[in-house]
Design a protein around this ligand. Structure first.
Ligand code: PLP
Length: 255
Protein backbone atom coordinates (compact mmCIF):
# COMPACT_ATOMS: atom_id res chain seq x y z
CA UNK A 1 0.00 0.00 0.00
CA UNK A 2 1.14 3.57 -0.76
CA UNK A 3 2.43 5.62 2.17
CA UNK A 4 -0.49 7.44 3.77
CA UNK A 5 -0.92 11.04 4.89
CA UNK A 6 -3.57 11.48 7.58
CA UNK A 7 -5.09 14.95 7.26
CA UNK A 8 -6.88 16.82 10.02
CA UNK A 9 -8.98 19.14 7.88
CA UNK A 10 -12.42 20.55 7.27
CA UNK A 11 -14.97 19.97 4.52
CA UNK A 12 -15.42 22.80 2.03
CA UNK A 13 -18.54 21.95 -0.02
CA UNK A 14 -17.22 23.91 -3.02
CA UNK A 15 -14.44 21.34 -3.37
CA UNK A 16 -11.79 24.05 -3.75
CA UNK A 17 -10.15 23.96 -0.33
CA UNK A 18 -10.13 21.79 2.77
CA UNK A 19 -10.18 18.04 2.74
CA UNK A 20 -11.02 17.71 -0.96
CA UNK A 21 -7.95 19.79 -1.81
CA UNK A 22 -5.95 17.51 0.49
CA UNK A 23 -7.23 14.29 -1.07
CA UNK A 24 -6.59 15.51 -4.62
CA UNK A 25 -3.14 16.98 -3.90
CA UNK A 26 -1.95 13.96 -1.94
CA UNK A 27 -3.26 11.64 -4.67
CA UNK A 28 -1.31 13.66 -7.24
CA UNK A 29 1.83 13.46 -5.10
CA UNK A 30 1.67 9.66 -5.29
CA UNK A 31 0.60 9.00 -1.71
CA UNK A 32 -2.74 7.94 -0.21
CA UNK A 33 -4.86 10.46 1.76
CA UNK A 34 -6.85 9.60 4.88
CA UNK A 35 -8.98 12.22 6.60
CA UNK A 36 -10.01 12.98 10.18
CA UNK A 37 -12.65 15.64 9.57
CA UNK A 38 -12.36 18.65 11.88
CA UNK A 39 -15.39 20.64 10.75
CA UNK A 40 -18.17 20.97 8.21
CA UNK A 41 -18.08 24.43 6.65
CA UNK A 42 -20.82 26.20 4.72
CA UNK A 43 -19.25 28.14 1.86
CA UNK A 44 -18.92 28.60 -1.87
CA UNK A 45 -16.22 30.10 -4.04
CA UNK A 46 -17.18 33.61 -2.88
CA UNK A 47 -17.97 33.47 0.83
CA UNK A 48 -17.88 31.49 4.07
CA UNK A 49 -21.34 31.40 5.69
CA UNK A 50 -20.43 29.40 8.80
CA UNK A 51 -19.15 26.10 10.11
CA UNK A 52 -19.77 23.45 12.73
CA UNK A 53 -16.66 21.90 14.30
CA UNK A 54 -16.32 18.21 15.07
CA UNK A 55 -16.03 17.38 18.79
CA UNK A 56 -12.52 16.46 19.95
CA UNK A 57 -13.77 12.95 20.86
CA UNK A 58 -15.14 12.35 17.36
CA UNK A 59 -11.99 13.80 15.79
CA UNK A 60 -9.68 11.52 17.75
CA UNK A 61 -11.95 8.50 17.20
CA UNK A 62 -11.62 9.01 13.41
CA UNK A 63 -7.83 9.34 13.62
CA UNK A 64 -7.37 6.39 15.97
CA UNK A 65 -9.52 4.13 13.77
CA UNK A 66 -7.21 4.54 10.77
CA UNK A 67 -3.94 4.53 12.72
CA UNK A 68 -4.61 0.87 13.40
CA UNK A 69 -4.68 -0.23 9.77
CA UNK A 70 -3.14 2.30 7.35
CA UNK A 71 0.60 2.82 6.72
CA UNK A 72 0.59 6.41 8.01
CA UNK A 73 3.88 8.22 7.47
CA UNK A 74 2.79 11.84 7.79
CA UNK A 75 0.13 14.07 9.31
CA UNK A 76 -1.12 17.26 7.69
CA UNK A 77 -3.36 19.75 9.46
CA UNK A 78 -5.37 22.59 7.95
CA UNK A 79 -8.53 24.09 9.42
CA UNK A 80 -8.85 22.83 13.01
CA UNK A 81 -11.73 25.11 13.97
CA UNK A 82 -11.50 25.02 17.78
CA UNK A 83 -8.85 25.11 20.48
CA UNK A 84 -10.19 21.74 21.69
CA UNK A 85 -9.36 20.22 18.32
CA UNK A 86 -5.88 21.76 18.40
CA UNK A 87 -5.27 20.28 21.86
CA UNK A 88 -6.58 16.90 20.66
CA UNK A 89 -4.17 16.95 17.69
CA UNK A 90 -1.27 17.87 20.01
CA UNK A 91 -2.13 14.88 22.23
CA UNK A 92 -2.30 12.64 19.14
CA UNK A 93 1.10 13.85 17.89
CA UNK A 94 2.61 13.26 21.35
CA UNK A 95 1.47 9.63 21.08
CA UNK A 96 2.98 9.27 17.58
CA UNK A 97 6.41 10.94 17.62
CA UNK A 98 7.53 9.07 14.48
CA UNK A 99 5.06 10.75 12.15
CA UNK A 100 6.25 13.57 9.93
CA UNK A 101 3.93 16.55 10.32
CA UNK A 102 3.02 19.45 8.02
CA UNK A 103 1.29 22.28 9.90
CA UNK A 104 -0.69 24.68 7.69
CA UNK A 105 -1.77 27.26 10.30
CA UNK A 106 -5.15 28.12 8.78
CA UNK A 107 -6.83 31.09 10.50
CA UNK A 108 -9.18 32.54 7.89
CA UNK A 109 -10.33 31.52 4.41
CA UNK A 110 -8.73 33.24 1.43
CA UNK A 111 -12.14 34.89 0.84
CA UNK A 112 -11.71 36.49 4.29
CA UNK A 113 -14.38 34.35 6.00
CA UNK A 114 -13.92 33.12 9.57
CA UNK A 115 -12.83 29.52 10.13
CA UNK A 116 -12.62 29.94 13.93
CA UNK A 117 -11.85 32.51 16.59
CA UNK A 118 -8.54 33.90 15.34
CA UNK A 119 -7.31 35.15 18.73
CA UNK A 120 -7.80 31.85 20.55
CA UNK A 121 -6.56 29.76 17.59
CA UNK A 122 -3.31 31.76 17.45
CA UNK A 123 -2.62 31.04 21.14
CA UNK A 124 -3.47 27.34 20.78
CA UNK A 125 -1.30 26.85 17.65
CA UNK A 126 1.75 27.51 19.83
CA UNK A 127 1.39 23.97 21.24
CA UNK A 128 1.59 22.42 17.74
CA UNK A 129 4.62 24.35 16.47
CA UNK A 130 7.39 22.13 17.95
CA UNK A 131 5.85 18.96 16.48
CA UNK A 132 5.95 20.20 12.90
CA UNK A 133 8.48 18.96 10.37
CA UNK A 134 7.53 22.11 8.47
CA UNK A 135 5.07 24.97 9.06
CA UNK A 136 3.58 26.63 5.98
CA UNK A 137 2.24 30.09 6.94
CA UNK A 138 1.38 32.82 4.51
CA UNK A 139 2.71 36.17 5.67
CA UNK A 140 -0.62 37.15 7.30
CA UNK A 141 -0.56 33.96 9.38
CA UNK A 142 3.16 34.37 10.15
CA UNK A 143 2.58 37.88 11.53
CA UNK A 144 -0.50 36.75 13.50
CA UNK A 145 1.31 33.74 15.03
CA UNK A 146 4.35 35.75 16.14
CA UNK A 147 3.00 39.26 16.72
CA UNK A 148 5.94 40.59 14.63
CA UNK A 149 5.28 42.72 11.54
CA UNK A 150 8.79 42.48 10.10
CA UNK A 151 9.02 39.18 8.21
CA UNK A 152 12.61 38.40 9.18
CA UNK A 153 11.88 39.02 12.85
CA UNK A 154 8.63 37.05 12.59
CA UNK A 155 10.43 34.04 11.06
CA UNK A 156 13.14 34.20 13.72
CA UNK A 157 10.44 34.35 16.42
CA UNK A 158 8.75 31.22 15.02
CA UNK A 159 12.08 29.37 15.43
CA UNK A 160 12.32 30.68 19.01
CA UNK A 161 8.83 29.21 19.50
CA UNK A 162 10.20 25.77 18.58
CA UNK A 163 9.78 25.54 14.80
CA UNK A 164 12.05 23.10 12.94
CA UNK A 165 11.38 24.43 9.44
CA UNK A 166 9.17 27.17 7.98
CA UNK A 167 7.95 27.81 4.44
CA UNK A 168 7.01 31.51 4.27
CA UNK A 169 4.54 32.00 1.40
CA UNK A 170 4.56 35.45 -0.13
CA UNK A 171 1.21 35.49 -1.95
CA UNK A 172 -0.23 38.20 0.33
CA UNK A 173 2.77 40.55 -0.09
CA UNK A 174 2.64 43.59 -2.38
CA UNK A 175 4.70 42.13 -5.23
CA UNK A 176 2.43 42.63 -8.29
CA UNK A 177 4.70 40.76 -10.72
CA UNK A 178 5.75 37.73 -8.72
CA UNK A 179 5.25 35.62 -5.58
CA UNK A 180 8.29 34.82 -3.48
CA UNK A 181 8.39 31.82 -1.15
CA UNK A 182 11.28 31.20 1.24
CA UNK A 183 12.05 27.94 3.04
CA UNK A 184 13.96 28.07 6.34
CA UNK A 185 15.42 25.18 8.29
CA UNK A 186 16.85 25.63 11.79
CA UNK A 187 16.67 29.40 11.30
CA UNK A 188 18.60 29.47 7.98
CA UNK A 189 17.09 30.07 4.53
CA UNK A 190 17.70 26.97 2.40
CA UNK A 191 15.53 27.74 -0.63
CA UNK A 192 14.00 30.80 -2.28
CA UNK A 193 11.63 30.57 -5.24
CA UNK A 194 9.91 33.25 -7.28
CA UNK A 195 7.09 32.52 -9.68
CA UNK A 196 5.07 34.91 -11.84
CA UNK A 197 1.92 36.14 -10.04
CA UNK A 198 -1.17 34.75 -11.77
CA UNK A 199 -4.31 36.92 -12.11
CA UNK A 200 -7.19 36.42 -9.70
CA UNK A 201 -7.83 34.79 -6.36
CA UNK A 202 -7.55 31.08 -5.74
CA UNK A 203 -9.48 28.86 -3.36
CA UNK A 204 -7.49 26.15 -1.62
CA UNK A 205 -4.02 27.02 -2.87
CA UNK A 206 -2.49 26.80 0.63
CA UNK A 207 -4.22 23.49 1.39
CA UNK A 208 -3.03 22.03 -1.92
CA UNK A 209 0.59 23.11 -1.41
CA UNK A 210 0.86 21.85 2.18
CA UNK A 211 -0.77 18.52 1.30
CA UNK A 212 1.44 17.90 -1.72
CA UNK A 213 4.49 18.57 0.50
CA UNK A 214 3.15 16.09 3.07
CA UNK A 215 2.59 13.51 0.33
CA UNK A 216 6.15 13.82 -0.94
CA UNK A 217 7.62 13.75 2.59
CA UNK A 218 5.60 10.58 3.27
CA UNK A 219 7.30 9.02 0.25
CA UNK A 220 10.77 9.86 1.51
CA UNK A 221 11.67 13.14 -0.20
CA UNK A 222 13.95 15.53 1.65
CA UNK A 223 12.17 18.69 2.77
CA UNK A 224 13.66 21.05 0.17
CA UNK A 225 12.96 18.61 -2.67
CA UNK A 226 9.38 18.08 -1.46
CA UNK A 227 8.74 21.84 -1.19
CA UNK A 228 10.22 22.71 -4.60
CA UNK A 229 8.30 19.87 -6.26
CA UNK A 230 5.06 21.04 -4.59
CA UNK A 231 5.63 24.66 -5.68
CA UNK A 232 6.14 23.63 -9.31
CA UNK A 233 3.05 21.39 -9.21
CA UNK A 234 0.91 24.11 -7.60
CA UNK A 235 1.83 26.67 -10.27
CA UNK A 236 0.48 24.30 -12.93
CA UNK A 237 -2.79 23.59 -11.14
CA UNK A 238 -3.39 27.30 -10.47
CA UNK A 239 -2.64 28.18 -14.09
CA UNK A 240 -5.37 25.74 -15.12
CA UNK A 241 -7.79 26.80 -12.34
CA UNK A 242 -11.44 27.26 -13.24
CA UNK A 243 -13.74 30.21 -12.39
CA UNK A 244 -17.21 29.03 -11.32
CA UNK A 245 -18.76 32.52 -11.30
CA UNK A 246 -17.73 36.10 -12.00
CA UNK A 247 -16.12 37.45 -8.83
CA UNK A 248 -15.69 34.05 -7.20
CA UNK A 249 -12.31 32.57 -6.36
CA UNK A 250 -10.86 30.17 -8.90
CA UNK A 251 -10.90 26.45 -8.11
CA UNK A 252 -7.52 24.80 -8.78
CA UNK A 253 -7.63 22.03 -11.38
CA UNK A 254 -5.65 19.38 -9.55
CA UNK A 255 -6.26 16.65 -12.14
N1 PLP B 1 -9.74 24.49 5.15
C1 PLP B 1 -11.03 24.75 4.86
C2 PLP B 1 -12.08 23.79 5.27
C3 PLP B 1 -11.35 25.90 4.19
O1 PLP B 1 -12.62 26.14 3.92
C4 PLP B 1 -10.31 26.80 3.79
C5 PLP B 1 -10.62 28.01 3.05
O2 PLP B 1 -11.73 28.28 2.66
C6 PLP B 1 -9.01 26.50 4.10
C7 PLP B 1 -8.77 25.33 4.77
C8 PLP B 1 -7.85 27.36 3.70
O3 PLP B 1 -7.86 27.55 2.35
P1 PLP B 1 -6.59 28.13 1.55
O4 PLP B 1 -5.83 26.98 1.03
O5 PLP B 1 -7.27 28.90 0.45
O6 PLP B 1 -5.82 28.95 2.50
Amino acid sequence: MRPTVLCFSGLDPSGGAGLQADIEAIGQSGAHAAIACTALTIQNSQQVFGFEATSKELLLAQANAVVKDLPIKAIKSGMLGTTDNIAALAAFLREHPDYLYVLDPVLVANSGGSLGNQETLVKAFVELIPFATVITPNTVELRALTGEQDLEKATAKLFEMGAQAVLVKGGHENTPEYIRNALYENGEMISETKCPRLDGEYHGSGCSLASFIAGRLAQGDELKVAVNHAEAWLFGVLKNAESPVEGGQKIPKRF
